[in-house]
Design a protein around this ligand. Structure first.
Ligand code: ADP
Length: 249
């Protein structure tokens, strides 16, 4: 009896952490996002690929509510990014860690100060001591405990990107988005940075990475969303990303 009822008793699937429903964004005649619908589960790791101009950055900016869709819906951790008034944008941004291609570290602050500064902006009321402690923990998690007092110019590109990742996750947002995070790195360093981002998803964060680096995308064997001319043309589940090039399909 118990086993017959097990299916009925199982809790429903977790709601999506990110959901786009017919999200469209136009710039004049250009349709940068064209009726995009997709969902990312909590803790899911996915790549966003496609040729230059396909709309990858636009999609990330829509999710982070830097821009609004022309039409459609964008839900992030239960918040409607498409309809959120300006006064509530900070609420959404606190749920989204962002990593950029060019790191965007503050050059006059040390690694730990860069991370602590972001934490105190995101979580008002955190004391300097607590911010430093938590930032040191975040730097340790990305393998940079020994570089806490280094300035950005004293660090390699890969190390700077690790500091940027520590900064993005220090307040443990449920979503991490990255726009070409390995664009300035050699293949081996890029691989290590991608594995670090994958590890972050194992701790429970949803991770979405826009990248050109198909070599690494192939090796990682994770979910791949392919955009062409603003349209989501393919959604390949993890483990089935053998054929990737958008040009050869
Ligand atoms: P990707 O990140 O895949 O290279 P983008 O999202 O940057 O693509 O761009 C998608 C399309 O939208 C391109 O045609 C681009 O020129 C256009 N676009 C993006 N941002 C703007 C903007 N602020 N103003 C006008 N056109 C834009």
């Amino acid at each position: 009896m118990a086993s017959a009822r097990a299916g009925a008793l199982r809790s429903p699937a977790l709601p999506a952490l990110v959901e786009l429903i017919g999200a469209t964004r136009r710039y004049g005649d250009v349709v940068a996002a064209d009726e995009v619908s997709l969902a990312l589960r909590p803790g899911e790791f996915a790549f966003l690929v496609g040729p230059s101009g396909a709309g990858k950055t636009t999609l990330l900016r829509l999710i982070n509510r830097e821009i609004r869709p022309t039409s459609g819906e964008i839900w992030v951790d239960g918040l409607p990014a498409h309809a959120l008034p300006d006064r509530r944008v900070a609420e959404l941004r606190r749920r989204v860690g962002v990593v950029f291609q060019d790191y965007k570290l503050l050059p006059r602050l040390t690694a730990v100060e860069n991370v602590a500064f972001a934490l105190q902006v995101s979580e008002l009321g955190v004391s300097d001591d607590e911010a430093r402690d938590r930032s040191l923990d975040a730097l340790e998690a990305v393998g940079l405990a020994d570089k806490a007092d280094a300035f950005p110019h004293q660090l390699s590109g890969g190390q700077q990107q690790r500091v940027a990742i520590a900064r993005a996750v220090v307040s443990q947002p449920p979503l991490l988005i990255a726009d070409e995070p390995t664009g300035n790195l050699d293949l081996e360093t890029a691989w290590q940075v991608m594995k670090l981002l994958e590890q972050i998803s194992r701790y429970g964060a949803t991770v979405l990475i826009a990248t050109h680096n198909l070599e690494i995308v192939r090796r990682m064997q994770r979910r791949v969303l392919t955009l062409v001319s603003g349209r989501l043309v393919r959604d390949q589940p993890a483990g089935r990303t053998g054929r990737l090039a958008w040009a050869s399909s």
